[in-house]
Design a protein around this ligand. Structure first.
Ligand SMILES: *Cc1c(COP(=O)(O)O)cnc(C)c1O
Length: 363
């Protein structure tokens, strides 16, 4: 009907589209695993926000990671990763890829001087994260890109913690997002995306279709709705996390706080030069007199003990138990992952309410 234009895009909740004779087949939607207008709208928005040529959405952030790795790596290839990154990505590279004859080298983010010497003619990809999950280490992105360019290696950044609006000044080939986190924001959807150079995305989209890792249109709609409040939420998450990081670092029962916005953070200056907002996640280590991190997670009341970040609710979890079990003990120790360390994803509650809950649990 003319004039009947919805301000909010409808959801194309269909698996199939009737094929018409008027349009070339290659320009028609015909099957949702291959393409769907609701997914397309989200992909266009993600490319625009991140200033990348093209994007492809996936059924989860982890599906985006495995989709990229399986698209770009073949038998005999080599990939460089870092200790300081999301556990399932690290496990995929170190435990699954070797079954397909793909080798890897795992470096420390703090040891980038060594990066170039580890690149071989077989190295296809440098896969890194910033800030890292769970302890908020910062990667020197300009340095990684300059080495990768010199050696003709593809750069892949997991940008979930920094969100969609940061790091746009860097010519990173591919950026992965877990849209489950800050993009959706409400903790009710699982989704992921990859954005970057059109030629690479074309290859990754083909693999996504082949793997069947398609996002459901209704989930895509919820992500698109989340994006409408994304920048306001990210700003508030950052403000509250900054307040809490400062208060916790002065608390007598807190031994250490990891937040890139704190002056004492090991990469404070690097973070300031790369990011405008430090985000809503921080990590901290409690004094052993408070008990272990796992017990602490059961003492908080307002804060929820669970996985994930970037939700409207404040979430907490022990870092060693959730993220360290594939790493050597001394690596965990060096990274600050121990039985007393926790990751806090700051929600949209009042900062005083969150702090009071942490304070009562610390007593
Ligand atoms: C959660 C997360 C992922 C995986 O995303 P899912 O949507 O849970 O599959 C990837 N990278 C980082 C940094 C994450 O925090």
């Amino acid at each position: 009907m003319p004039g009947n234009v919805p301000l909010v895009s409808p959801i194309y909740q269909t698996g199939k589209f009737a094929i018409t004779p008027d349009v070339p087949m290659s320009e028609q939607f015909f099957y949702t695993r291959v393409g769907n207008p609701t997914l397309k709208e989200l992909e266009l928005n993600l490319s625009e926000i991140q200033q990348k040529e093209d994007s492809v959405v996936f059924a989860s952030g982890v599906a985006a990671i495995s989709g990229v790795l399986l698209s770009l790596l073949s038998q005999g290839d080599h990939i460089i990763i870092f200790r300081e990154m999301y556990r399932p990505g690290r496990v995929m590279v170190r435990e699954t890829l070797p079954r397909f004859g793909i080798t890897s080298t795992m470096l420390k983010l703090g040891d980038l001087e060594q990066l170039e010497s580890h690149i071989t003619p077989q190295t296809k990809l440098i896969y890194f994260e910033s800030p890292s999950n769970p302890h908020l280490q910062i990667a020197d992105i300009a340095k990684i890109i300059s080495v990768a360019r010199k050696k003709n290696v593809i750069t892949l950044l997991d940008g979930t913690f920094a969100g969609l609006h940061q790091h746009r000044q860097y010519d990173i080939d591919l950026i992965i997002q877990s849209l489950t986190k800050f993009a959706n924001g409400h903790g009710d959807v699982i989704a992921g995306s990859v954005s970057g150079k059109a030629g690479l995305i074309k290859k990754i989209r083909q693999m996504s279709i082949g793997l069947g890792a398609t996002l459901d249109p209704h989930a895509a709609f919820l992500i698109s709705r989340g994006l409408k409040t994304y920048s306001m939420r990210y700003q508030r998450h950052t403000q509250t996390a900054t307040i809490l990081a400062e208060k916790l670092s002065q608390h007598p029962k807190v031994k250490k706080v990891y937040y890139p916005g704190l002056r004492g953070h090991e990469s404070y200056h690097l973070a300031q030069s790369q990011m405008q907002e430090m985000g809503g996640v921080l990590a901290f280590e409690i004094d052993p007199s408070c008990g272990e991190a796992l017990a602490f997670c059961h003492k908080v009341k307002l804060i929820q003990f669970t996985a994930s970040v970037g939700s409207i609710e404040t979430l907490i979890c022990p870092t060693l138990m959730f993220f360290g079990d594939d790493l050597a003990e001394d690596h965990c120790r060096e990274m600050g992952l121990n039985r007393y360390s926790l990751r806090l994803s700051v929600g949209l509650e009042h900062p005083d309410d969150i702090y009071h809950d942490l304070d009562q649990a610390l007593q």
